[in-house]
Structure formats: C-alpha cells, structure tokens
Design a protein around this ligand. Sequence first.
Ligand code: HEC
Length: 107
Amino acid sequence: MFRMLRCLLITGMLVIFLVQPVLAVDGKKLYTAKFCITCHGKQGISVAPNYPNLARQNPEYMKIQVRDIIDGKRKNKLTLLMTGNPVVMKTTDEEIAAIAKYLATLE
Ligand code: HEC
C-alpha cells in the first residue's frame, strides 16, 4: 500500500514537472496571470482611452517596448502603471514573447 502511494506521488510530481513549463509559456494564460488584461483589455482593446490597444500589434515591437518599460528605458507617467506592478516587473523575456505572440493573433 505504501509503495503504491509513493509510486502515485512520484508519478504525480513527474506530471506536474512535465506540464508546468508548457503552462508557463501559454501567452493567453499569462496575459491574464500577469495582469496585462486589467489595462490592455480582454481582446487586447484597452480599458481607457489613454492606454494602448495591443490586439494585432507587431510582436517584435511589443517585446522591445515591454522590455524597455520594465528596464526603465521608456519612462513616463503612464509607464508607471506597468512598472508599479511587481507581477509585471517579474515577467521574463520568454513570457513577454509568448504574450506578444498571443496578442498579435487577436482580431
Ligand atoms: C496598470 C495598467 C497596465 C498593466 C497592468 C500593463 N500595462 Fe502595458 N501599458 C499600460 C499603459 C498605460 C501603457 C502606455 C505607456 C505610455 O504611454 O508610454 C502601456 C504600454 C504597453 C506597451 C507598449 C504599447 C505601444 O503601443 O507602444 C506594451 C506592448 C504593453 N504595455 C504590454 C503589456 C504587457 C505584456 C503587460 C503584462 C505583462 C502589461 N502591458 C501590463 C498599462 C498597463
């Protein structure tokens, strides 16, 4: 019985280990998990007239802009909305690339 439980536990951990990296770079999920959606809107259409829409934006351009905003190279009163969010600040290049790819597909 104990051996069986241990076997199940190990299998479970292995499944989590194998599935997690796939989830980690799911652009659609990350767009919500990283709070981008709260400002840039459900379909990439922003929630305020002075926030940019991101639907169908060029992914290469978005990657550079997000990196510059996080690094403080692009800085103004509105970029503070992004840099003030610790979750946004912790977004990796790989995650930004996945989000940008997802946004580019939105109509
Ligand atoms: C609290 C609101 C807020 C959150 C959260 C937020 N953004 Fe932004 N974002 C803005 C605003 C406002 C600007 C415009 C900054 C400016 O005027 O320079 C912006 C700019 C951008 C730009 C540049 C757009 C352009 O046309 O140059 C990109 C790309 C972007 N955000 C992506 C993201 C991503 C990806 C996330 C999540 C990781 C995110 N944003 C989270 C408010 C937000």
